[in-house]
Design a binder for this molecule. Structure first.
Ligand SMILES: [Zn+2]
Length: 350
């Protein structure tokens, strides 16, 4: 609903917490977290060979790789970086990637439904573990601009919220320990290392957020990826430019956005490099507001094998970019050591 675009986040969230309203077709029951967690933990111990893990988007693939390290399980990503993960349809060749998987980890909350279908059709023995669905109760789902309640899918971008990511890695650790209990100590050691990075990033972002003047803590982004980030660090998501169809907004909608940018006094408009759009430049030009088009939704920095090719560096980059553009002090973020000290041995299809 275009008319709901400029509702404040708190209003949208309040509308969103009622679970399955009769006037909407929610694709998920409000207690989906309970069943999702049970499914993740239904894995059975594997002996005599290394467990085979499959993942979807790169930030999650990296988090799994951090917990697994060099302890044996293989980790294969399905979604190439730089593609639109919301509309990604796995190619036929992906069937071979999932067919002998033991666990297919996905973000869930409706992000990767075609990949889940692929796994159901081709990986008879795989447990499909929906991390985001498992860790976030239905009363905490956020519906908003690009993820309206009537679409039935809550905003899935939990990985922009470090405490939620901590819950992801807790669950990943629990799953791999159940699969491969002989390496429990090793998984716990890796889990501690990535947990240190998550804790440091959260503390630094909390500090950095306080340095952004309160009136400037307003986010207008092209892609609506920061709902859970905003809740954690007391920002207000005032809108998203990308419609829920993932198409470009109409000229009328752009004109409305320009009016809103002027009246709200936003300091910067943020684009995402996965979704290049001339609309952002137009809004910047016509309002005089800075536009920054380098945020990265789920596309890690660098290339596989590079030290910065990690969830942690992705968050450090995005958080720093936003705080700097909104007039805050990024020194706490710059001081975070994002290197967990674990080698990412995952395979990333590019
Ligand atoms: Zn996204």
């Amino acid at each position: 609903m275009r008319t709901s675009r400029w509702l404040s986040l708190s209003v949208v969230a309040a509308l969103g917490i009622t679970g399955c309203a009769s006037d909407s077709e929610s694709l998920l029951p409000a207690d989906a977290d309970v069943a999702a967690k049970e499914t993740c933990m239904s894995v059975k111990e594997i002996t005599g060979r290394a467990p085979k893990l499959v993942s979807t988007v790169a930030p999650i693939t990296n988090l799994i790789a951090m917990v697994v390290g060099d302890l044996g399980p293989t980790v294969d990503g399905l979604v190439p970086e730089g593609t639109n993960s919301h509309t990604f349809e796995p190619p036929p060749s992906a069937a071979a990637v999932v067919e002998d998987a033991d666990v297919v980890f996905v973000n869930g909350l409706g992000l990767e439904d075609p990949s889940i279908e692929l796994a159901k059709d081709n990986a008879a023995n795989a447990i499909i573990c929906e991390l985001g669905t498992a860790v976030l109760p239905g009363d905490e789902w956020v519906y908003d601009f690009s993820f309206p309640k009537e679409g039935g899918k809550p905003n899935p971008h939990l990985w922009t919220n470090p405490p939620m990511v901590q819950q992801y890695v807790d669950l990943i650790r629990d799953v791999v320990v159940a699969l491969d209990p002989s390496n429990t100590d090793g998984y716990n050691a890796n889990h501690a290392k990535i947990s240190r990075v998550i804790t440091d990033l959260d503390a630094a972002m909390t500090t950095a957020a306080q340095t952004v003047p309160e009136a400037s803590r307003k986010l207008l982004t092209y892609h609506d990826a920061y709902a859970y980030f905003a809740l954690r660090y007391d920002f207000e998501v005032v809108g998203a430019i990308q419609p829920s169809s993932f198409e470009e907004p109409s000229p009328k909608e752009i004109a409305e956005l320009i009016d809103q940018v002027k009246s709200l006094g936003v300091k910067a408009v943020f684009g995402s490099e996965v979704f290049p759009s001339p609309v952002l430049a137009q809004i910047g030009d016509e309002t005089g507001v800075r536009y920054i088009d380098v945020l990265r939704d789920d596309d890690l920095l660098g290339e596989p094998g590079d030290e910065q090719h990690s969830w942690a560096d992705l968050m450090k980059f995005n958080f720093t970019t936003m705080v700097e553009a909104l007039g805050g002090d990024v020194s706490a973020l710059e001081a975070v050591d994002t290197n967990a000290g674990v080698m990412d041995k995952a395979f990333y299809p590019q």
